[in-house]
Design a protein around this ligand. Sequence first.
Ligand SMILES: NC(=O)c1ccc[n+]([C@@H]2O[C@H](COP(=O)([O-])OP(=O)(O)OC[C@H]3O[C@@H](n4cnc5c(N)ncnc54)[C@H](OP(=O)(O)O)[C@@H]3O)[C@@H](O)[C@H]2O)c1
Ligand SMILES: [Zn+2]
Length: 390
Amino acid sequence: MGTETTVRPGKAGVRCPGLPEDERHMSRAFKLARRGMGHVSPNPMVGCLLVRNGQMVGEGYHQRFGGPHAEAQAIQDAGEKARGATAYVTLEPCAVSYADKKTPPCTEALIRAGVKRVVVSVRDPNPRVNGGGLARLKSSGIEVAEGVLAEEGARLIRGFSRWILTGRPFVILKAARTRDDFVAASLDFNWFTSPESKRRAHHLRAEVDGILVGRRTAEIADPQLTVREVAGHNPRRIVLDTALRLPGGLQLFNDGAAPTLVITTEGESGTTPWGERIKVAPSAAGVDLGQVLDALGERGITSLLVEGGPTLHREFLRARLVDEVILFTAPREADAKVKRRPDLRNALVVPEGWCLIAKEELGGDQLVVAQPDHSLSGMLNHSSIERSST
Ligand SMILES: NC(=O)c1ccc[n+]([C@@H]2O[C@H](COP(=O)([O-])OP(=O)(O)OC[C@H]3O[C@@H](n4cnc5c(N)ncnc54)[C@H](OP(=O)(O)O)[C@@H]3O)[C@@H](O)[C@H]2O)c1
Ligand SMILES: [Zn+2]
């Protein structure tokens, strides 16, 4: 029978000390996993490293949705050298086959390859796997350790976790504000934070499956909502347009840089010259945000960046549909014309009782990141809805 090493079981949000070399190899596996960013969703990013006698003998990552899993890639890369090796996997290996699953179980591939030890960061939150992969490995005599760099492991798959358990994406609200709390510095609505903050904001876009704005932001700022300051994949663009009032000439509808979904209460769902139209129920503020998240989840969007404006941020916070807020504060004040516009007051606040999880200076701006303290643990304990991943 396999044995468990001294590493404590992984729990999201809790840092578990592993052996230094385990953490080093797991860090490399995370780097590999992130190469799949933008290509694997709604599957999770996964990386795998095979190490024998201290030497890396194979590596792999999940490269695209429906493609081979990280473990299969690493085993293929290592060939015969996989025998007796330790596998470092960022996520518990999958153990089961079901009708709509696209790949064979990785546990069997690891067993067949003769791997001696398997180290994972976190368990697979998918109820069809959750712990079953580790149990299968142990029952075949493989030594198993879990919880190495578990906090990073949980963060890497937080969109997948939320989606597989609730059918909805992980929701991040992001805004930039002036020192005196306006969302614009001047009425040309140009970017007013530092170049470093801009790069970070574009990196945030590259990390998510979808980016959402309200109708007024789309109309006033005519944003592209694409990834330009860093290398990365453009997320799908989503705009809320209750009564289909947006003009067709917007960049979102014409530049072809990424698909654009329009969420409305009018007409029928389907394809339009401007992109896909999704019909949901109305709410007092426009469209029903819970239904928006359901509709995006149905389309495989596991993480969503809500870029505003203030009206939309306020409604998301009011509906308690937010998992993280990210607020950039520039050192400058808004100009006199902006100060006369109460509608341009920032509405993104860190709600009372939330945890500050990061605070940083970026090119003179202040950046804060906060989450409700139940965010990650609540997500992993949520009652399960069956959903298929590959
Ligand atoms: N500094 C920043 O980070 C930042 C970011 C984004 C925007 N901005 C600025 O913010 C300004 C626009 O903000 P805004 O507050 O006026 O408008 P907004 O939040 O962009 O859009 C609000 C509109 O979205 C539609 N909507 C549909 N369903 C909604 C719902 N459930 N909740 C809220 N809105 C819903 C409504 O219009 P319909 O009824 O017509 O659908 C609503 O009037 C622009 O000047 C933009 O440049 C700044
Ligand atoms: Zn697998």
